[in-house]
Design a protein around this ligand. Structure first.
Ligand SMILES: [Zn+2]
Length: 270
């Protein structure tokens, strides 16, 4: 599933390749991913000029002269820049552009392609918290202040903080020595600072490596951030890189977590 680094990279590449292009026609193969009937969606965006592309949590916000195209890949998918002769086998939407290229969008299971005239009209993105990357320590601390729940579900809640999913949450918790189920109100100032720093580092490291090796970019290339960068994430049964204790996989609510039980005690150790 693409998370903040992959969306940030897609937005960057789409901005470079698409700004100035005109959407000449739109083919809709999965109408239920739209927020309006297919005919209305096509009519709304056909002939529009692409002005900008911005990441927002796990969403891409494409600004056009005829309102906004908002894309979310949901549980996974691809956005590929190609042409009519090289369309991927699996695609749900195709945007044909004035230079002969085509933007092909695929959702593995289900995603969204929405059109709104004004960004403020779009409830799903208006409700998102600030993006995790670029958030200051002061903003992060303020978000956590007074919270009583467990830290991991809070970090995954897109309305609190946007862009982090179950891949990028694992190692920051380890690096900060925090158990995923630690109640937020037991975190010290040093814990919060360490967690904030580890989140920024991990997200930026992936962006610098071209995103996750399990995702494709706009040009159908896989990212370079692979398991060699993982500390405890998906390393069940292997030794903790810090203390050698065996990494375990535990259930944390609806998600799985990979932790070092020695480095990430459930109660604060300091
Ligand atoms: Zn350890």
């Amino acid at each position: 599933m693409p998370e903040l680094p992959e969306i940030a990279l897609l937005a960057r590449d789409m901005r470079t390749a698409l700004v100035g292009r005109i959407i000449n026609s739109i083919e809709v193969l999965q109408p239920k991913c739209l927020n309006v009937p297919a005919e209305a969606f096509r009519a709304a965006l056909t002939g529009s000029h692409i002005l900008d592309v911005q990441p927002r949590g796990k969403w891409l916000q494409v600004k056009t002269t005829l309102g906004w195209l908002l894309l979310c890949l949901g549980m996974g998918g691809e956005i590929l820049l190609t042409d009519r002769d090289h369309l991927p086998e699996k695609r749900r939407l195709i945007f044909d552009l004035d230079d002969g290229s085509s933007l092909a969008v695929n959702f593995w299971w289900f995603g969204y392609a929405h059109h709104v005239a004004e960004l403020g009209e779009h409830k799903m993105t208006a409700q998102l918290g600030n993006d995790a990357l670029g958030m200051t320590l002061a903003e992060f601390s303020a978000l956590l202040r007074g919270r009583r729940g467990a830290i991991k579900p809070f970090l995954l809640n897109q309305r609190r903080i946007a862009g982090i999913g179950n891949v990028y949450v694992q190692d920051p918790l380890f690096k900060a020595g925090i158990h995923p189920l630690r109640p937020i109100n037991t975190l010290s100032e040093a814990d919060v600072t360490a967690l904030w720093r580890a989140l920024q580092e991990t997200l930026q490291e992936s962006i610098d490596r071209g995103g996750s090796a399990w995702e494709r970019n706009l040009y159908d290339e896989k990212g370079g951030w692979d398991e060699s960068y993982f500390q405890v994430a998906y390393r069940e049964g292997q030794p903790c890189p810090t203390c050698g204790t065996t990494v375990v996989k535990i259930k944390t609510g609806s998600t799985s977590s990979y932790i070092c039980p020695a480095c990430q005690p459930l109660t604060g150790g300091t």
